[in-house]
Ligand binder design. Structure first.
Ligand SMILES: Cc1ncc(COP(=O)(O)O)c(C=O)c1O
Length: 296
């Protein structure tokens, strides 16, 4: 569903939000798109378990756990951070995933870095038997294929398509599906080198650009300005944003409109990729730091 945004903007710029966050209550936004063909493939291969990777607040972990419950797979989450083993109850994402039936293996940050290493995967196979492996963030060729379905024929009118970027699968799908006259703009939620090369592996010819000025200090980091923006945007539009991905994207696009980045009369589509489950965990952190919390 596309929702027009009626806030005063310079340059006769039109903003529309693609509400992918409304696709499913727990497998929201790009997670639904990324898991769709992977789940079909896992069924085709006769697998009964899905194994994947993520951090303590990962939208992907929550969505995979929910998808496993809904589509009849057991789920295994390899979680970054050994210290979390006795803190599941303090963490809304892990509590949700556990309640969906996900089994966890907590690993050190060093071990977690080996998540694509064939020896590490072999050891996981020995430990958990046969599973269908979904990479961190859910990004693989089948996920990109699913993300290509975010855009439909009615979206041809847009001049720019903007999305948040983590592992790059979503923007790759959008870039593959966009028309030649459309520019796809990605806002990385993390500081990182080599992201464009990763995206190009999945979208070699896409008309895309990364804008790297709106990570707010890095992955999972927020500032008071960002929280104030998220609350203000929600109040004006009724659209909730998450602090890790979509909040940074929307802040960036509106800031760039003010700075004259978009040509006059641009028709911009912002893809809301969900992630709202992360608000509860972030609010716990914000309360601890005595900062304003995200209103929902
Ligand atoms: C809510 C949300 N938006 C955007 C992204 C970025 O997607 P990708 O990893 O495909 O770049 C993620 C992470 O996967 C996410 O959870």
């Amino acid at each position: 569903m596309n929702q027009s945004i009626n806030i005063p903007l310079p340059g006769n710029i039109k903003l529309t939000v693609k509400r992918e966050d409304l696709l499913h209550p727990h497998i929201s936004g790009n997670k639904f798109r990324k898991l769709k063909y992977n789940i079909l493939e896992a069924k085709k291969e006769g697998k009964s378990a899905l194994l994947t990777f993520g951090g303590a607040f990962s939208n992907h972990i929550a969505a995979t756990a929910a998808a496993g419950k809904e589509y009849g797979f057991s789920t295994i989450g390899i979680i970054r951070g050994e210290e979390l083993v006795n803190k599941i109850g303090d963490n809304p994402t892990l509590t949700f995933a556990r309640d969906c039936g996900m089994m966890f293996k907590f690993v050190t940050r060093e071990a977690y870095r080996l998540k694509s290493d064939s020896h590490f995967i072999k050891a996981l196979q020995a430990e958990f038997n046969d599973f269908y492996l979904v990479p961190e963030g859910g990004t693989n060729p089948l996920a990109v294929k699913g993300c290509q379905e975010i855009l439909s024929d009615g979206d041809k009118e847009f001049t720019h398509i903007a999305c948040a970027v983590g592992t790059g699968g979503t923007i790759a799908g959008l870039a593959n599906a966009a028309m030649p006259h459309q520019k796809v703009i990605g806002f990385p939620a993390l500081k990182g080198e080599g992201l464009l090369d990763d995206i190009r592996k999945f979208a070699p010819n896409g008309n895309l650009e990364l804008i790297t000025d709106y990570h707010f200090g890095g992955y999972g980091k927020v500032t008071e300005d960002l929280i104030v923006f998220i609350n203000d945007f929600f109040e004006k539009t009724g659209i909730p944003l998450d602090p890790v991905y979509t909040g940074k994207l929307f802040f960036g696009v509106i800031d760039l409109i003010g700075k004259g980045y978009f040509p006059e009369n641009s028709n911009v589509l912002l893809v809301h990729t969900g992630g709202l489950q992360g608000i509860a965990g972030m609010n716990k952190e914000l309360l601890r730091k005595k900062l304003p919390i995200i209103k929902t």
